[in-house]
Design a protein around this ligand. Structure first.
Ligand SMILES: [Zn+2]
Length: 275
């Protein structure tokens, strides 16, 4: 299917809005389709009755264009927008876009944060990238959840915890930097991380990440794998996070929380660690 026949879908990465002004400028990547001045659009997944209009010619690479098509980055002037309705992480879509269209678009939401819009705002390194990735994954997971796809939502939420863990592994920041990064992590659905560097202590981080995974596990959509010392085997843990072969076997401290289809690989990893 050519991109022209697909509905317009754009992942909103930045929003520029003046207080009480019903016109906002949104920046982001076109995932599918194309857009031009006057196109009616809606926010998704969100109230389909709220119709927005592209007020000016789309801007690509600082130049106005007649038509902007996937996969370019674009800036759009849209109106009228109720205060606070538009925010980064949402998708701007053709009025007729279906949930199935949206699912395709959501899968396309880029996680390539090294080349993201925020890339020129601050120095990038593996750590801030991991923090951004965690945030992006949470945002995408929220989109999946709102679009009625809990399984994909769970996959992104779980992966976000691993990205957050990668971020936590770095310890060489000054407190001033922790504030900014903490804010970034807490951006959406990141309540477990709190705000500010004082809450980013090592112990709290590890525990918050574990608790986040535990909450995902309790939905029943996530599997837990660990090496059982008594069985001398990697096993899929039961709902109490115990060895399924006997409740008397010692509980493992090293649990891998994975999506069901990742269980075979997780068993291999746990087996190789033997702990
Ligand atoms: Zn066992």
């Amino acid at each position: 299917m050519s991109t022209d026949t697909q509905p317009f879908l754009m992942h909103i990465e930045e929003v520029f809005a003046l207080k009480d002004d019903p016109v906002v400028v949104v920046g982001g990547r076109i995932l599918t389709g194309s857009v031009r001045r006057g196109d009616p659009l809606r926010l998704a997944p969100s109230d389909p009755a709220m119709i927005l209009t592209v007020g000016e010619e789309p801007e690509v690479n600082y130049a106005d264009v007649h038509v902007a098509s996937a996969p370019v980055k674009v800036s759009l002037v849209i109106k009228p927008v109720p205060a606070g309705a538009v925010r980064a992480g949402l998708i701007l879509a053709s009025v007729g876009a279906t949930a199935a269209d949206l699912e395709i678009g959501i899968q396309e939401v880029t996680l390539d944060i090294a080349t993201g819009f925020s890339g020129d705002k601050r120095a990038r390194d593996g750590s801030t990238q991991a923090a951004d990735k965690a945030q992006r994954l949470r945002e995408r997971g929220a989109l999946h959840a709102a679009n009625g796809n809990p399984r994909e939502a769970m996959r992104d939420a779980l992966e976000a915890t691993y990205a957050a863990e990668a971020f936590n592994a770095r310890r060489d920041y000054q407190p001033g930097q922790w504030v900014e990064i903490g804010a970034s992590l807490a951006g959406m659905g990141g309540d477990a991380f709190g705000f500010g560097w004082a809450l980013m202590g090592k112990k709290l981080d590890a525990k918050a990440v574990y608790n986040e995974r535990l909450a995902l596990f309790k939905t029943g959509l996530v599997a837990a794998v660990a090496y059982c010392k008594a069985c001398r085997l990697a096993v899929v843990l039961d709902t109490d996070l115990r060895c399924p072969n006997s409740p008397k076997h010692p509980a493992s401290q090293n649990i891998l929380f994975v999506m069901p289809e990742q269980v075979p690989q997780a068993i291999q990893v746990a087996q190789a660690r033997r702990k």
